[in-house]
Design a protein around this ligand. Structure first.
Ligand code: ADE
Ligand code: ZN
Length: 326
């Protein structure tokens, strides 16, 4: 398939993926054994068969359960190194990856193990494969704002190695406004910020992320379409959206990819990028997301190129770094 070869071969970015969500069943089972975790599954096959979700929360429950196998610095290293190998293999040249330390520190894992293991993998991948990668630390929105402020203090020693701060987790009932002091504190430190908004939550959450938090990118953001004035504002300021179509499909945000609003978002003049979110759990890395959207929505080569180019202009890199990557 020529279109598929083109999509796999073109240099790409990945701007919305959670390292925890790239944990493939085989690695999960191996780390679970190594760390003597009591798991509900006997084989990777059995675990893979459990990847059926009805909404965001049903996914998050399994995703957090999987996180228990990540304990030692070496585990975080293996997770990130394995992901970056896959990304390099599909010609991702710039990856900006999320990791949420609270899943681990809340169970007694040392923050230094989480960050040092991950950053070492990023350094090795850059050295060995030439892939450029930055780490975005995420806070969990079902926890309190004080928990997020505590996280910010915990990661302070690594500020120079952190690309940005984001926010994920259970959206409904946890609007961006719950975290306004936290994001203001991140801003004061000169850290770039992004937040999940408008995945399951309403357009008003997207508006809060843009206007109240002042995010540099909106993760997902698809529900902004319910507020045409907001869409115009977002198109005017060219704020990037990191859309994850297969994720939206697997979490039942859309009944089919044919029904996905990707093209509506593009046609509204928004700065749309395509990403994978949790590629292991949703069975699709960034190439599969582009390929399947191209087929379902009949995207042209120009539209694919535009989506891919938007990834580079939305990346948290300088124009010089962008030129070097291409
Ligand atoms: N964490 C991992 N994947 C997520 C998603 N799709 N939404 C919110 N938080 C997440
Ligand atoms: Zn996400």
């Amino acid at each position: 398939d020529r279109m598929e070869d083109f999509i796999r071969g073109i240099p790409k970015t990945e701007l919305h993926m959670h390292l925890e969500g790239s944990l493939e069943p085989e690695l999960l089972m191996r780390l679970g054994e190594r760390n003597k975790c009591q798991l509900r599954w006997k084989t990777a096959e059995e675990l893979r068969n459990a990847y059926e979700f009805s909404d965001l929360q049903s996914f998050l429950d399994l995703y957090y359960e999987g996180c228990q196998v990540l304990v030692e610095e070496a585990d975080f290293y293996e997770l990130a190194r394995a992901y970056l190998r896959k990304a390099h293999a599909e010609n991702v040249v710039r990856a900006e990856v999320f990791l949420g330390p609270q899943s681990f520190t809340s169970k007694g894992v040392d923050i230094a193990s989480v960050l040092n293991g991950t950053l070492k993998a990023i350094d090795d991948a850059e050295q060995e494969d030439g892939i450029s990668c930055g780490l975005i630390v995420t806070a969990q929105r079902h926890r309190t704002e004080q928990d997020a402020l505590d996280l910010l203090e915990q990661v302070r020693p690594w500020f120079s190695r952190i690309l940005g701060i984001g926010m994920g987790g259970a959206e409904k009932g946890n609007p961006p406004s719950k975290f306004r002091h936290f994001f203001r504190a991140c801003r004061r430190e000169g850290i770039r910020i992004t937040a999940h908004a408008g995945e399951e939550g309403p357009a008003s959450y997207v508006r809060e992320a843009v206007e109240l938090l002042g995010v540099d990118r909106v993760d997902h953001g698809v529900s902004c379409l319910d507020d045409p004035a907001l869409v115009r504002e977002m198109a005017d300021i060219k704020i990037p959206l990191t859309v994850c179509p297969i994720s939206n499909l697997r979490l039942k945000g859309v009944p089919s990819l044919e029904a996905h609003p990707l093209k509506k978002l593009m046609d509204a003049g928004l700065h749309v990028t395509v990403n994978s979110d949790d590629p292991s759990y949703f069975r699709g890395y960034v190439s599969e997301n582009l390929v399947e959207c191209q087929r379902a929505l009949g995207l042209t080569v120009e539209e694919i190129v535009s989506l891919v180019r938007n990834g580079f202009t939305a990346a948290f890199i300088s124009p010089a770094e962008r030129a070097a990557a291409l």
